[in-house]
Design a binder for this molecule. Structure first.
Ligand code: TLP
Length: 342
């Protein structure tokens, strides 16, 4: 099976499995797991933040950030297609009691003047604006990079209003490899950042959130409340450390594969590439081939290829380290052979 549904499907490498086996562990609720300490220290250092916290998933990391930054009844500004709004089962409202204020972006980037206009003035009728959320790379925008200038301007606006910024950096390392900016350069334009270890970096489980020492101390308590205080979780952190040390630079290969896939699929009659491919995501529109995304996916599956539905006629392909150049060629051949019904 050539599985391009997501980079979440990656399986741990041999080095990760060995690191898990060898990991020194302790009870992390007592803050006694040396491997977790090592991972958190490494992540904080890479992201240029005072401290970091290992969490079970990207969703948990984002939600801990919302819970820690906001009070019930606050409003959080976020892009209308952001993962926090679209794919986290409304936890912003269900768990934090926070109202999402969504703004339409361009390729995932909110217009800074829209952000400024959405910040609530003091008025008895209004919620307080408690947080601004950004996402880089932006998943629904097809792995688009948030331009650093856009982040800078939003950060300035947020600072003037004393509003914190949380960055959903599930794929921040992909952004860094594509733009050439170190992850720290993005993180310094935010108060807190969440990065996933379990996507393109290949770890089996986990994310890290990073921020100030005071923020992480409060976030630790929220993690406990959510049932995310783990015990001998060094066995999970050890593959995460391998992810941060061995797996970052190879993301360039995934991005090359995505570029080739988009370029070659784009040459096929009836296939439209919806996004400008900057990282490891390709959005393919199959409407002019005469198929819905579900029909198209069924045909691919019959040929042992998996991709994900992303709209009525849009299919998402995500490259990752389990995908070889030969796999990419095979996908291109199969799509070229799909009969056009229009
Ligand atoms: N994204 C998944 C699905 O949930 C859609 C995927 O296959 O792309 N932020 C961003 C930008 C994400 O893309 C994801 C996962 C998350 C957060 C959540 O991470 P997990 O799955 O670890 O909770």
């Amino acid at each position: 099976m050539i599985d391009l549904r997501s980079d979440t499907v990656t399986k741990p490498t041999e080095a990760m499995r060995q690191a898990a086996y060898d990991a020194e562990v302790g009870d992390d609720v007592y803050e006694e797991d040396p491997t977790i300490h090592q991972l958190e220290h490494k992540a904080a250092e890479l992201l240029g933040k005072e401290d970091a916290l290992f969490v079970t998933s990207g969703t948990q990391g984002n939600q801990i950030a919302v819970l820690t930054h906001c009070n019930r009844g606050d409003e959080a500004i976020m892009e209308a297609n952001s993962h926090i709004f679209m794919y986290e089962a409304a936890s912003v409202s269900a768990l934090a009691g926070v109202q999402p204020r969504t703004l339409n972006g361009t390729r995932g980037a909110m217009d800074p003047s829209d952000v400024a206009a959405a910040i609530r003035p003091h008025d008895i009728h209004f919620p307080e604006t408690g947080l601004i959320c950004l996402e880089n790379t932006h998943n629904r925008a097809g792995g688009a990079l948030l331009p650093i200038e856009n982040m800078k301007t939003i950060y300035q606006i947020a600072s003037e209003h004393h509003i914190p910024i949380h960055l959903d950096g599930a794929r921040l390392f992909n952004a860094s490899i594509s733009s050439g900016f170190p992850v720290q350069k993005y993180a310094e334009l935010t108060d807190t950042v969440q990065v996933c270890l379990s996507k393109g970096l290949g770890a089996p489980v986990g994310s890290v959130i990073a921020g100030s020492e005071a923020f992480i101390a409060r976030a630790r308590k929220w993690r406990k409340r959510l049932g995310g205080g783990l015990r001998q979780a060094g066995v999970l952190a050890a593959p995460g450390l391998v992810a941060l040390t061995d797996m970052v630079n190879r993301l360039a290969e995934d991005q090359k594969h995505a570029e080739i896939l988009a370029r070659e699929l784009g040459k096929i009659d009836g296939v439209e590439i919806e996004n400008e491919v900057e990282t490891n995501i390709v959005l393919v529109n199959v409407k002019n081939l005469g198929y819905t995304s579900e029909q198209f996916l069924t045909m691919l599956k019959e040929n042992d290829i998996l991709a994900a539905p992303f709209g009525p006629h849009t299919v998402r392909f995500v490259t990752h380290y389990g995908i070889s150049r030969m796999n990419i060629n095979s996908v291109i051949e199969h799509v070229a052979a799909v009969p056009q019904t229009q």
